[in-house]
Unconditional design. Sequence first.
Length: 281
Amino acid sequence: MDKEEIRKRLKEVESLPTLPPIVSKLNEMVADEDTTATKLGKIIEKDQVLTSKLLRMVNSSFFGFPQRISTVSNAIVLLGFNVIKTLIVTSSIFEVMQASDVGLFEHSLGCATAAGIIAKRLQIKNPEEVSTAGLIHDLGKIVLRSELPEEYEEIIKITNEKGLYIREVEHQRLGIGHGEIGGMLARQWNLPERLVIPIEYHHKPGSSPDFKDITAIVHFSDILIRALGFGNSGDPWVPSLDHKAWELIKFKKSDVKEVISELDEKLVELQDFTLEIKKDA
C-alpha cells in the first residue's frame, strides 16, 4: 500500500463516526468576523450530547481552569473558537479511542496536560490551543487502527517483537507514518494549521515548516508522558528528544523538575477523569 492509496482511503473514512452536521455550520460561523461567543454557544447548545461532552472535556484537569465552566459561551471565551471547533470535530474520534484503546486515550490526555503546563510556563499565546494540539497529536494512530486494522495489528506485532518504534514500522510497511496520516485527516477536516502542523511533525519537530514552538512542546510532552508511564502510546521504548526542540524550549533541569511536579498532581486528577469515562462506556 502506498501513500496515494492511503490518501484515497482517508478521503473515504467510513468506519470512523461521521462528523456532526453542526460542524459545517460551525465552520461558517468561525470564519465570520461578526460571530460572537454567545451566538456560537447558542448553536452548539442545540446539541445536548455535544454540549455535555464539550463541557466535561473543558472542565477536565488537562485544561486546568480553577473555576467550573458551566456554559458553552464561557468555554468559547476561555478557549477560543479554534479550540472549541477542534474539540467538536474530534469528539467522535475520542469516542472511538475510549472504546477501543484506553491506553492511547490516557496517553493523549497526559500529553495535552503536559503541553498546557509547558506552554503556560513559556508564556505561549493561547496555551489551551497547545493543549489541544497535544490531545490530538496521535490522531493518525486512531485512523490506522480504524481504517487499516489488519495492517495496524501487524505493525504493533512487529514493533513489539523487534523492539522498534511504531513510526519506523509504519514507514517500512506503509511508506508513511501516523504523524503525516493524522495531518492529512486534520487538513481534510479544515482544522487550523496551528494544530495540523504539530500533529504532522510531532516526531520530527526540527523539520516543522511553521509553529515550531508548539510542535516542540507537543514533541517534548509526548516523550515526557511516555517516560512517566502514563497511558500507553503503543511503543515499547521512550524515544530520544529532538535536540532542536530542546533548544526551542530552553528548559533547565530545575524547570523540568517543576513541570513534572505540577504534572504529577494533574495526572492523578486525570486518572479520575478516565475512570469516569470507562464507567460511562
